[in-house]
Ligand binder design. Structure first.
Ligand code: C5P
Length: 226
């Protein structure tokens, strides 16, 4: 028997990370940010000057790399991410990595390697796992499945605030909307495990809802179930 798994999927900027972290904290479960793993592999690919379309070299890299995620010290800061011994916590959030990650995440061999790792971490349950394919592929038997969405303009606005908080160079809302729409399109139309709402997922549209309102909704939904 394993502890429950809560799967939270949805497009970029829907608030998944913050909400997933808070839900994990409230329910005493471990938070798993799967996007950070695709970002870390992307960082490694760029670091090694491997062309994005060299699927063989990227497959080799993804299946041999060692990723370590360590829980953050407080609810505000993101998880610490290590790949092959380098701390890439900051590096994986740059615009460069963000603009390339969808191309890497679309590669079957990359997904296979990372999903295998995620499933082994989830063997005993007790996770709030966040990503694009958690409810559909990684943990199709998750006890709770949530699909978080928000309009493109709302998500762009949130991203702009995130960048400000992280002291990153300012990006216009128009640019962010374009980037988000492009990433949505790439993530939802790829052949392998596209972003999709699981048939049994509860959808929450978060426009106009605060982080704590969304968190409370999910927590009370979970508490009804277990
Ligand atoms: O969630 P985050 O924005 O950090 O994810 C970065 C990218 O990683 C996504 O745009 C998507 O291409 C990919 N990803 C994925 N499957 C997941 C998590 C993230 O394909 N489970």
């Amino acid at each position: 028997d394993r502890l429950p798994i809560i799967a939270i999927d949805g497009p970029a900027g829907a608030g998944k990370s913050t909400v997933a972290r808070q839900v994990a904290n409230k329910l005493g479960l471990v938070y798993l940010d799967t996007g950070s793993m695709y970002r870390a592999v992307t960082w490694l690919v760029l670091q090694n000057d491997i062309p994005l379309d060299d699927e063989c070299a990227i497959a080799e890299l993804a299946s041999s790399c060692e990723i370590k995620l360590t829980p953050s010290q407080n609810l505000q800061s993101p998880v610490q991410v290590w790949i092959n011994g380098s701390d890439v916590t900051q590096e994986i959030r740059t615009i460069e990595v963000t603009s390339k990650v969808s191309a890497i995440a679309a590669q079957g061999a990359v997904r296979k390697a990372l999903v295998k790792q995620q499933q082994s971490w989830g063997k005993r349950g007790g996770l709030v796992a966040e990503g694009r394919d958690i409810g559909t592929h990684v943990f199709p038997d998750a006890e709770v499945k949530i699909f978080l969405t928000a309009s493109v303009s709302e998500r762009a606005r949130r991203r702009q605030q995130d960048f400000k908080k992280q002291n990153q160079p300012e990006v216009s809302l128009e640019q962010l909307e374009r980037d988000i729409a492009e990433r949505d399109w790439k993530d939802s139309t790829r052949k392998v495990s596209p972003l999709q709402k699981a048939a049994d997922a509860m959808e929450i549209q978060t426009d106009g809802l605060s982080i704590s309102e969304v968190t409370d909704k999910i927590v009370s939904y979970c508490q009804q179930l277990f």
